[in-house]
Design a protein around this ligand. Structure first.
Ligand SMILES: Cc1cc2nc3c(=O)[nH]c(=O)nc-3n(C[C@H](O)[C@H](O)[C@H](O)COP(=O)(O)OP(=O)(O)OC[C@H]3O[C@@H](n4cnc5c(N)ncnc54)[C@H](O)[C@@H]3O)c2cc1C
Length: 370
């Protein structure tokens, strides 16, 4: 799993779990300098050249060049955060050097066996919400960690007719994925609703067209007892803003629904949502502080109608505290990002624009995120 850094969360304090490693490699300093540069917005200025600190959404990272190598320490409030921090380091090193070499972590966290952020979940029920949206309720154990720290998960779909083989953790902190006939199909979805006490969660799947659509096909045929895997959470939570503009197509409808439900009473939100027609509308939380505008494709292909950027372009954006959140097809994502950044001049901390899917691409291939 690629773990993307997210804006700093509130209240990173309390109990800290720590793990550390020391890496000797000719290129390790350059490799870690690149990681530092890529995440420069998270750096805490220590004023010391050979030592630096990043404070990220999932935890913190301290790096020091000493004893002819790089000492790296990661810290987080829980095991999931600690695993993600190890993965950020290990994934970066593997990406740069082609291997994690002898990377081994010491300290807290379990580096072998089932990832702490993995759950096996089973279909409990499946309900058609609209012509193109299927809600699947899954039961699972120990779901509390999925209630905070991100709205999204990766669903792991096992190959049809085979006993699932789930991922495990390597000693370097990377996920070891099953391969060959056991390879899993991975797709990103939003937890629409979660009940930790009763052990269930809802995922709303768009039943989109296409010949090979593993996740949509799974949802369409979901039967009670079907088992899949889930890893997460990730991808940011409800934006901490008082004045929110939510922009999305059918795939972002679950996230918009959840954000509106979890909106603080003092905040206000306007949602611009593109679906095919009025029959695709889903009931959303109402309130004096919430305005919803539906935009209809009326049979035009999803991802080609351009309704969201067009509606955005017409909208007033003069409020000083406006935060824009958007999730949609890649072409719309690019245009929306251009509007909010270039035309409106919104700084990075006042928008989160994400490509949820891309026409012609499967899963996360060539997706886009800020
Ligand atoms: C952070 C995040 C959260 C998401 N949350 C949700 C969610 O809650 N519900 C949800 O339904 N989706 C959600 N998505 C989008 C979902 O991951 C993609 O639509 C995914 O491609 C579906 O997988 P698939 O196996 O059905 O099709 P794929 O195998 O990925 O794609 C097969 C073909 O279908 C096309 N395709 C994919 N999605 C659509 C679509 N919506 N409309 C038309 N054509 C499409 C592709 O371009 C490709 O040509 C989310 C994505 C992200 C990044």
């Amino acid at each position: 799993m690629a773990v993307s850094p997210q804006p700093l969360s509130k209240g990173l304090a309390m109990v800290q779990l720590n793990a550390q490693t020391h890496i000797r490699h000719d290129a390790i300093r350059a490799v870690m300098d690149r990681l530092r540069a890529e995440h420069s917005e998270y750096e805490i200025d220590t004023g010391i050249n050979d030592r630096w600190d990043l404070r990220m959404h999932y935890g913190s990272l301290h790096a020091a060049f000493e004893d002819g190598g790089m000492s790296i320490r990661v810290a987080a409030q829980d095991e999931t955060g600690l695993s993600y921090m190890k993965m950020i380091v290990a994934g970066h090193i593997a990406g740069q050097l082609g291997t994690t070499g002898g990377l081994r972590w010491q300290g807290d966290g379990n580096d072998a066996g089932t990832p702490v952020f993995f759950r096996e979940i089973a279909v409990q029920s499946s309900t058609r919400l609209s012509p193109r949206m299927q809600r699947v309720r899954f039961s699972g154990h120990d779901l509390g960690r999925f209630a905070h720290g991100g709205l999204h998960v990766r669903l792991l779909l096992p190959p049809a007719g085979r006993q699932p083989v789930w991922p495990s953790m390597g000693a370097d902190g990377m996920i070891v994925w099953p391969s060959g006939e056991d390879a899993l199909t991975v797709r990103v979805y939003t937890i629409r609703a979660l009940n930790v006490a009763d052990g269930w969660l809802d995922i709303d799947f768009v039943l989109h067209p296409g010949t090979e659509t593993p996740a949509a096909a799974f949802a369409q045929g979901a039967r009670a007892g079907d088992v899949i895997g889930m890893i997460g959470p990730g991808g940011g939570g409800v934006p901490e803003a008082q004045n929110l503009l939510l922009v999305g197509d059918d795939t972002a409808l679950p996230a918009i629904g959840r954000i509106l439900e979890e909106l603080p009473p003092a905040a206000c939100a306007e949602a611009l949502i593109e679906v095919d027609g009025p029959e695709d509308r889903i009931a959303l939380t109402r309130g004096d502080n919430i305005a919803v505008r539906w935009l209809y494709r009326h049979g035009r292909e999803a991802g080609r109608a351009g309704l969201l950027p067009a509606a955005l372009g017409e909208r007033d954006h003069s409020a000083d505290d406006l935060f824009v959140w958007a999730g949609c097809e890649f072409a719309d994502f690019r245009e929306i990002r251009r509007i909010v950044r270039k035309e409106w001049g919104l700084p990075r901390d006042r928008h989160l624009v994400t490509a949820y899917w891309r026409r012609g691409a499967q899963g996360e291939d060539e997706g886009g995120e800020e």
